[in-house]
Write a protein that binds this ligand. Sequence first.
Ligand code: ADP
Length: 493
Amino acid sequence: MTAVTETGYDQALTAIARRIDGANFIDGTWQQADTTERITVFNPSTGGELGRVPASTPADVAGAVEAARRAQPGWAALTPGRRSKLLLDVAAAIEARLPEFSYVEAIDAGKPLQVVVDEELPGVVDAMRFFAGAARTLPAPAGGDYLDGVTSIMRREPLGVIAGITPWNYPLLQAVAKVFPALATGNTFVLKPAETTPYSTALLAEAIAEQLPPGVFNVVFGTGAVAGDALTRHPAVAAVSFTGSIETGRRVGAAAADGVKKSIMELGGNSPVLVFDDADLESALDAIAAGGLYNTGQECMAASRVIAHSSIVDAVVEGLKVRCEREKVGDILDPATTIGPMNSLAQRDRVLDKIAGRSPGARIVTGGGIVEGPGYLLAPTVVTDVRDDEELVVEEIFGPVFTVQSFDSEDDALAKANGTRYGLAASVFTTDVGRAQRVQNALNFGTVWVNNHLVFAADLPVSGFGASGVGTENAELGLLEFTRLKHVMVDTR
Ligand code: ADP
């Protein structure tokens, strides 16, 4: 465990906030935005102001895309090995500044600092290294003589300029999962981070610019409706990589389709967690509690919708209640804290509204309201006796909330699990190997954990089935999304 004291790093946060007040990172430097309009960034732990970012205009976006367009041919001309080396250098530089990056991320997003230091930032650096290396071994169909008198050659090429639009739950991790596979495969990039969490992306931009040519990675701040939309629609943007809500994803996808460009979208989830009566209940409950409460439940794969066999449902409710009440909610700088605030007042209100909208028969077993203290704190919550079709059950909650349903048979369990428009992730807890296989085969979700939940590595694919998205992030497939395959046929006669 690396100990992090806030002195010094607090100054780093103040300094980056000052550098980006009114500016975007374009062509390797901070450039003043074309507007005096600003978006205030708040500290989720105090409600106080952290700083301001420009509400950038389409002209700002165009400047960033132009810089990326200019830089792209030169960047693509480097060998994969050379690009990989430069990206590995960025990873090493960020690893050397891990406490500072962690502090900025923890304060801006409202995450327990020690968790960011021990888990999130090491994961970010590991993802950087995975993408940097994997781009050197991309697959393609074999070249060869498929017709008489000709030889075919396959070339895997970059798409060009990629637009990225990121959410606020994992600002740096989401940025890296889009930017690194795109850069590693020879694309250049313009990223618009979420309004409430700009700072780690700003530090990333500076760190990349210290190793890579100017214009390869650019950041434009602003609203989704103006800067995000202008970026998606810019004619020089070849593809859009988006993570956020279904409603916004639909708009982004439509804007991309309008320009006949590719979109890769990860649009949230509502993960069913099936607990069979033969499960090892104590370890299942530990995994579910961890998987549902990590990042204050602001996680698209959160273990939020627990569906337990009717013979054990009371034990599951009680076990989750005990675990929720054990959590330490509050000060993110206290190493004992396990649950920080919600990222914004708006998000806390959204979750409180969803809880308030539960069906009349639903029962709050623990939590259900705010926790007194500074910041946007919300108590870990368990709601049971819910209806299978109510909003709290079938829609994404994005907060520290479990709903508990029960089932009587395997078919009943699967019908309930699959009874949602989302298809991002699910888990099944059982000690019966045959049942685990049957159930995972029948679940309509891009990730299925057996006897676990919310365990990741950049090596492994994340695909949203159903309304949860289009395309794949991470793994080899995540890199291929940013490439196109050219077939060259040479007449040999
Ligand atoms: P939230 O409602 O929690 O902010 P969103 O899905 O709306 O979640 O936001 C995710 C990201 O999408 C943010 O960076 C946001 O600014 C951006 N965004 C919102 N609307 C649009 C849009 N119309 N076009 C492009 N990006 C958008």
